[in-house]
Design a protein around this ligand. Structure first.
Ligand code: NAI
Ligand code: MG
Length: 364
């Protein structure tokens, strides 16, 4: 069996952390990964746009669709002003490959103290990735009392159902992963649980449809009914509770904008941006992507933390059915963080990107 991964480093530190992730994937022993891993190097990004006039070339999309089982994306530099003809390639990929959920684990785990987190946190945030206020349908108007602006918010049954399906399926999948772990490594020890985030006490039509649809996914599926608990949390009290009691959450599912906000907030609970991975997931494809950007302030110096990218590679493995290999990477990373002697400057150390990658490989 073969596993072919498209590599899209794109801009800035993407060009340093994606090779580090590749090195770790190549070092996986065959005892944890039966498949042979192959790579396809692909272009995209703002620098590519400046040279070639497009940010996401057709060849990249075609290669992803025809040759790859999944992909890893580094980071893209977005200009702060509008540049004619430019649109973000990661946004384009999400759309063209129908990656309708953004999946972001927020984990302190064995490395809780090393990464600066005080609490044992093991939550997975599923953010609907295609609609809500981010349909960007905004207009400014002139009224008798001056200017005002209106934005449309789209919530559809289809998108809500797909996000809900993803949340309940992931809750069961995580439970399976945990069964492979020792008790000491398991932060979440209860039954799988999905928390539905909304504000339907105020937005009863839009958030009401979201809430009812996601609930319907649970009641409509026997495996979910039997295996997963469900609860609801209004988005404002979600933020409060997440900071007071982060260990109370397993899987959290939210409409696009609430999910954007709570997932950045949750990342603050576990330390550096350089540690937090994500995956853009659809039915047929997955793109792993560190949460951080292209970090122009440190790019080109071999000091970027590669752990977010390495963990994103593990998420890609988990999603493509290679759970044991994913777990091996998560554990190796935890060992390196817990030992603490090899750390990049964002975590207070003086090691280089490549040294962290070497160290993770040693622990595989
Ligand atoms: P950023 O995430 O690139 O950097 C924020 C701060 O965190 C910087 O001080 C940076 O040095 C540090 N940092 C980030 N990742 C790190 C890592 N792996 N190791 C060590 N330190 C790390 O966000 P910023 O500065 O707001 O944006 C820079 C560029 O990246 C912009 O052009 C922005 O549009 C783009 N960006 C792209 C994203 C993406 O590709 N999905 C996400 C966020 C920003
Ligand atoms: Mg965000």
């Amino acid at each position: 069996k073969r596993l072919t991964i498209g590599l899209i480093p794109a801009d800035g530190i993407g060009r340093e952390v994606i090779p580090a992730a590749r090195q770790v994937l190549e070092a996986l022993p065959s005892s944890v990964l039966a498949a042979r891993v192959g790579f396809v190097d692909l272009d995209a990004g703002f620098e590519y746009f400046q040279k070639h006039g497009e940010a996401l070339p057709e060849e990249t999309l075609a290669a992803l669709k025809s040759d790859c089982d999944g992909a890893l994306f580094g980071a893209v530099s977005s200009p702060s002003h509008k540049v004619a003809g430019y649109s973000s390639p990661i946004v384009g990929l999400r759309k063209k490959l129908d990656l309708y959920a953004n999946v972001r684990p927020v984990v302190s785990g064995a490395a809780a103290t090393a990464s600066g987190a005080r609490r044992a946190i093991d939550m997975l945030i599923i953010r609907e990735n295609t609609e809500c206020l981010y349909v960007k349908d905004e207009q400014q108007h002139e009224g008798p009392d001056g200017k005002y602006a209106l934005a449309k918010r789209r919530i559809s049954e289809r998108a809500s159902r797909r996000a809900g399906e993803m949340a309940f399926a992931m809750a069961l999948q995580r439970d399976g992963m945990r069964r492979l772990m020792d008790d000491a490594d398991r932060t979440w020890k209860g039954r799988p649980k999905v928390t539905i985030v909304h504000k339907s006490n105020v937005l009863s039509v839009t958030d009401g449809l979201w809430r009812e649809t996601v609930r319907g996914v649970h009641t409509g599926n026997a495996a979910y009914r039997d295996g997963v608990d469900v609860e609801e949390q209004l988005v404002d009290s979600m933020v409060y509770r997440m900071f007071r009691e982060p260990e109370a959450f397993d899987v959290v599912v939210a409409p696009n904008m609430y999910g954007d906000i709570i997932s950045d907030g949750a990342a603050a609970l576990v330390g550096s941006l350089g540690l937090v991975p994500s995956a853009n997931v659809g039915d047929n494809f997955v793109v792993g992507e560190p949460v951080h950007g292209s970090a122009p302030d440190i790019a080109g110096r071999n000091i970027a933390n590669p752990i977010a990218a390495i963990r994103s590679a593990a998420m890609l493995l988990e999603r493509t059915g290679h759970a044991a290999a994913a777990l091996a990477i998560y554990r190796a990373v935890d060992c390196v963080l817990a030992a603490g002697n090899v750390r990049t400057p964002d975590l207070g150390g003086s090691s280089r990107t490549s040294e962290v990658a070497d160290e993770v490989c040693k622990h595989l």
